[in-house]
Design a protein around this ligand. Sequence first.
Ligand code: ADP
Ligand code: TYD
Length: 216
Amino acid sequence: MYCAGIIFNLSSIMFITFEGIDLSGKSTQIKLLENYYKKRKKKVITVREPGGTMISEKIRDIILDREHLNMSFLTEFMLFSSSRSQLVNEVILPYLKRSYIVLCDRFFDSSTAYQGYGGGIDLKIINSINKTAAQGLMPDKTFLIHISIEESLRRKKLMGKSSDRIEQKKISYYRKVIKGYLEISEKNKKRFTVIDGNKSVIEIHKEIIQSLSRLK
Ligand code: ADP
Ligand code: TYD
């Protein structure tokens, strides 16, 4: 694993991130993978973005507050980055140093997709701040669970879920986010595995395990 010039003495995959639009099935798969590792007596921890520390959870509340309708994409991006920086410092790096497998529900690729491709912030700026906030930490493996916006809305209706501020954005915005995710995965082919999120929960879980076992 590589972080800001330090190569940790670890051969296996330790830092795994999950990406995709809302309701693509990230949490479902993370839970299954966490249980898979726990059954095998591996040290594993799951974190989510935005959030995961006391400070980051407070930032999360500001970002997702439905009253903050006039929040600009740049403010959003800065807040997500602050939340991430705290999470990396306080949780992710310390656990990686203790040889835990860290599963992360979203990481900087979310900012690239949502605030970069979706919000139109210059990708050079996004990439530079992403690197800074993550302190050079790069996921060993990223799973992009790909579903359409129509499928996301279908699941939302099934769940009877209300929208947070970000989820209230227009469908055209989500189309840009999805296109962005696919472009990011094309540019980072080695790190990314794109998974068809319309497959069954178990099929997806098996694909994830297979993909991780190929990397060991
Ligand atoms: P996310 O964490 O990406 O928002 P969740 O894992 O919470 O997504 O899943 C959102 C909803 O979609 C839940 O109701 C979940 O049961 C359902 N779901 C998850 N994976 C699948 C799947 N492969 N096929 C159909 N529904 C799914
Ligand atoms: P959350 O309720 O955690 O959504 P999900 O369960 O789908 O992950 O809310 C996080 C929202 O914030 C989600 O709509 C994605 C968005 N987001 C960004 O726009 N940029 C980011 O950098 C991150 C981490 C999340």
